[in-house]
Design a protein around this ligand. Sequence first.
Ligand SMILES: Cc1cc2nc3c(=O)[nH]c(=O)nc-3n(C[C@H](O)[C@H](O)[C@H](O)COP(=O)(O)O)c2cc1C
Length: 154
Amino acid sequence: MIDTTAQRALLSRYPTGVTVVCAMTDAGPIGITVNSFASVSLDPPLVLWSIGRASDRYEAFLSAKVFTINILTAEQAALAQHYAQNAMLVDGHWTMASNGAPRISNAAGTLECRQHAVHPGGDHDILVGEVTALHEGPAAASLTFFKSGYGRIG
Ligand SMILES: Cc1cc2nc3c(=O)[nH]c(=O)nc-3n(C[C@H](O)[C@H](O)[C@H](O)COP(=O)(O)O)c2cc1C
């Protein structure tokens, strides 16, 4: 039996980047801070991220047919903190991407995606996106998450 606190602590030793995933809903544009993002396939171009089934944002992201994944720069730690706590995107933080989903302004990079598949993953669901467009942002240092703290690389 694996203790969840021990698993969380061990996994915190694995450094990741930080993204904000965005989608448009009837209530307006939403985002969520995510570090489960990973590349899956180049041909076809597929990426994944996972969302907690207990999240208030779960239904909205599951039903979003298009979304963006925004790789944050080291200057965007406050944004990461904000969208870990709040779903609704704040004016000034986003613009509209060509796929109809919001994208985070001045992110290091944005992937426009259409929902490709959803797989069960225990207390999370794994959302696979087909990448439909790419946007390079400023060539700045990227935000990292390691041992429960934000850092920078590059
Ligand atoms: C660095 C970081 C990475 C996170 N990564 C994920 C993730 O990959 N998937 C996820 O569902 N939640 C992730 N979260 C949690 C969400 O951002 C958010 O805090 C959570 O969904 C809050 O619950 P709510 O959606 O019910 O408001 C992450 C939070 C932080 C700070």
